[in-house]
Design a protein around this ligand. Structure first.
Ligand SMILES: C[S@@+](CC[C@H](N)C(=O)[O-])C[C@H]1O[C@@H](n2cnc3c(N)ncnc32)[C@H](O)[C@@H]1O
Length: 186
């Protein structure tokens, strides 16, 4: 696990993640979603948060990097600097996250690096997202063939949620994977 002091240093040097293939992949797959409360975890530039604003009554974006939130190219009003959804006390109908999924020995860039097997940061983010999903809520995250995405899916299932791969997109050097999570109906 990365030491907290190192994390602070990384955050101070972090730069806004500008919309890329993975951002557009998620954007394409949230068209048609609508409802009351939506959350964009790791909102970065705010590109996806702005899309959600068109079809949800209240949209919140979170990011662990204050520097990213200060720089946002697609500014949104409701942004909170925190880990995943930890600062929030409400549950959401719809949660999205374009995870930092790269498998890396060290976390050098919080925008892209997931740590060992691409699991370290994603597991922390996903655990918090699951705690903030309303009963009929839906959580969609982007991961990649470059990470142990089955490890993420197994983790979600172990928490009594369903997790299904709903879309894949081949790029030159990886395959993007979109996972939909819902509560197991009792
Ligand atoms: C791949 S970028 C995605 C940015 C934007 N959502 C997009 O799709 O273009 C991942 C984002 O997650 C943020 N992030 C990393 N770890 C986080 C955490 N534990 N909690 C909240 N945000 C985090 C990073 O700062 C970065 O902005």
């Amino acid at each position: 696990m990365m030491k907290l002091s190192n994390l602070q240093e990384k955050l101070e040097n972090s730069k806004q993640y500008l919309p890329a293939e993975d951002t557009f992949f998620l954007a394409d797959n949230i068209e048609g979603e609508s409802g009351n409360l939506a959350l964009d975890i790791g909102c970065g530039s705010g590109y996806l948060t702005n899309i959600l604003k068109n079809s949800f009554n209240l949209v919140i974006g979170t990011d662990i990097s204050y520097y990213t939130l200060r720089q946002q190219n697609y500014k949104v009003d409701n942004v909170i600097c925190c880990n995943s959804a930890d600062a929030l006390r409400i549950n959401f109908d719809f949660i999205i996250c374009n995870l930092p999924y790269l498998a890396t020995d060290e976390i050098t860039d919080v925008a892209t690096d997931g740590g060992k097997d691409g699991l370290e940061l994603p597991l922390v983010i996903i655990a918090s997202a699951l705690d903030h999903l309303s009963n009929d809520g839906k959580f969609i995250f982007v991961t990649s063939s470059l990470s142990d995405y089955m490890g993420l899916i197994d983790f979600v299932k172990s928490k009594k949620f369903t997790a299904k791969i709903i879309s894949k997109k081949k790029l030159f050097f990886e395959e993007l994977i979109l996972v939909k999570v819902e509560r197991l109906s009792s």
